[in-house]
Design a protein around this ligand. Structure first.
Ligand code: ADP
Ligand code: ADP
Length: 227
């Protein structure tokens, strides 16, 4: 579903990604761990061209990521992204946040988009918040809206960049539970997180980055040894 071959990325003279080779299969959940500054966020952001890589090859669902705008748009349609900061539109209600892209980009009818948004809000456990504004919600609720918004575009792949790092501890579980449900429903997921419990329980494979490189990759058993 995602293929990265010898991907390199520089910010000016600083090399943030060094010959990244990574494959994510359909329905696979891959968790990326590693110290701060190791390139985790950069890696995930190259996949939908939020950051541009300078060499190597990225292919997402058989679409090569080139400078071709149509390819980039096609890849963005297939990849839902969830950020550390929820990035909701503050002046739109929860329902409007979720229906905006389906109506504008997928050309869905408003009623149809709203019905789907309500189903997604049920799925993430906050249907009663549909007509609130983001600022009226807790961080955990906002992040669940962000997940619902990404899912509303019916992506084939979900990319998560430290989705719980900005949350108070008591809200982390509610977001991880939604991600777990998504993983068990068969979504293909690439997740940057520091939540080792999630990695151990949910990941099919864990990738450990350091200094812009993948230094280890394997199943959770490889990283967590039972005493
Ligand atoms: P991580 O997600 O593992 O914390 P990042 O991918 O955010 O790491 O960053 C990797 C390295 O690239 C860090 O040293 C960071 O300072 C640097 N970096 C990230 N974004 C930029 C940028 N826009 N310009 C210059 N350097 C950057
Ligand atoms: P994260 O916690 O997600 O790794 P950071 O705190 O490293 O993010 O970076 C936040 C923002 O600042 C990002 O957009 C990143 O691209 C940018 N950034 C990070 N390091 C640098 C840097 N050395 N020079 C310029 N921009 C940077």
């Amino acid at each position: 579903m995602i293929i990265m071959r010898d991907v390199c990325k520089w910010y000016g003279n600083f090399q943030a990604l060094r010959n990244i080779n990574l494959r994510v299969k359909p329905k696979e959940v891959v968790v990326i761990i590693g110290p701060s500054g190791s390139g985790k966020s950069t890696l995930i952001r190259t996949i939908n061209r939020l950051e541009k890589h300078q060499s190597g090859e990225i292919i997402v669902d058989n679409i090569p990521l080139t400078d071709n705008v149509r390819n980039i748009e096609a890849i963005r349609m297939e990849t839902g992204m969830v950020f550390q900061q929820f990035n909701l539109f503050p002046h739109l209600t929860v329902l409007q946040n979720i229906t905006l892209a389906p109506i504008k980009v997928r050309k869905r009818k408003k009623a149809e988009a709203e019905a789907m948004a309500m189903q997604l809000l049920e799925r993430v456990g906050i249907p009663e918040q549909a007509n609130k504004y983001p600022a009226q919600l807790s961080g955990g609720q906002q992040q669940r809206v962000a997940i619902a918004r990404a899912l509303a575009m019916q992506p084939k792949i979900m990319l998560f960049d430290e989705p719980t790092s900005a949350l108070d501890p008591e809200m982390i579980k509610e977001v991880l539970d939604v991600m777990k449900e998504l993983a068990y429903s068969g979504m293909t997921m690439l997740v940057v997180t520091h939540e080792m419990g999630f990695a151990r329980e949910v990941a099919d494979r864990i990738v450990f980055m350091d200094g812009g490189e993948i230094v280890e990759s394997g199943p959770p058993e490889h990283f967590f040894h039972n005493p």
